[in-house]
Design a protein around this ligand. Structure first.
Ligand code: PGA
Length: 261
């Protein structure tokens, strides 16, 4: 795992967007894993800008989102499909047929989860997975106690997550109680992944995920097992990390980061 600390949330999001752009330019058929949430909005804004101003080309890219609410149709303004269309898909030249989210309206959720896993496999697996982190340590909707080898399935959301997402719905009561999510095991199968966390609210969980023991109580801690994982944080989210001097030294000195400094 690499930890990169950026001055503020814009700089952190910009770096993540640059890492995605580099991967997409290196492999135009990239299979990109995507995330929703407030933190990702700046990343997508930056990718849209790169598409418009630097001709970043999404035409061959395939995208798979981490999760979707159960019971929300794609047209619902709070569905993750709607979020993705609005913040990214409708603003770049990705082929809509290459954009995938679990179908939260599927009659048979189990079959839908199996279909999603199969589609990812048929595309050759995820090359680069973007991740946010919930204040309860979730990645996707892998709430505490999600098995570290779990696959795509439907999960009950925790009260913490319901509260975290209540602002979008107007009240906690309106937030759907369940989501379909890639499993922790599905995420660990990605060839590389980037977790982005910003803001003081995320500082305690970032410290537990990065420097704490691997535990199903903090799904993001499973990323310590991932051979190619980069955690990008701003100063506020890094506030409770202990080894920041080391992380800063690596970023300032290792040749692989020279083009980003
Ligand atoms: P946020 O959500 O970006 O809105 O904080 C992240 C997450 O819950 O994964």
């Amino acid at each position: 795992m690499q930890v990169i600390i950026q001055h503020d949330e814009q700089a952190a999001a910009r770096l993540v967007a640059r890492l995605v752009s580099r991967a997409l330019r290196a492999k135009p058929q990239l299979v990109l894993g995507l995330a929703t949430g407030r933190t990702m909005e700046d990343v997508y804004r930056e990718l849209v800008r790169a598409h418009r101003e630097e001709r970043l080309d999404f035409s061959l890219c395939r995208a798979f989102n981490l999760d979707e609410y159960v019971g929300l149709p794609p047209g619902d303004p709070n569905s993750y499909r709607h979020f993705m269309n609005r913040h990214l898909f409708d603003q770049v030249n990705i082929d809509p047929r290459n954009t995938h989210l679990p179908d939260g309206m599927a009659g048979d959720l189990r079959a839908e989860c199996e279909r999603y896993e199969r589609t990812i496999r048929d595309c050759g697996g995820i090359d680069l997975q973007l991740l946010g982190i919930g204040v309860d340590g979730h990645i996707g909707f892998n709430e505490p106690l999600s098995a570290l080898r779990s696959r795509t399935r439907d999960k009950a959301l925790t009260p913490t997550t319901l509260r975290q997402n209540a602002a979008y719905f107007g009240s906690v009561e309106r937030v759907p109680r369940r989501g379909i999510t890639m499993g922790v095991g599905t995420i660990l199968d990605s060839r590389s992944c980037i977790l982005l966390a910003t803001g003081a609210e995320k500082a305690p969980v970032v410290a537990r995920a990065v420097e704490g023991p691997i535990t199903a109580m903090i799904s993001a801690s499973a990323l310590q097992l991932h051979p190619q994982c980069c955690v990008v944080v701003d100063e506020a989210a890094a506030a409770e990390l202990r080894e920041t001097e080391y992380y800063r030294w690596i970023y300032a000195n290792e040749p692989e980061w020279a083009e980003f400094r």
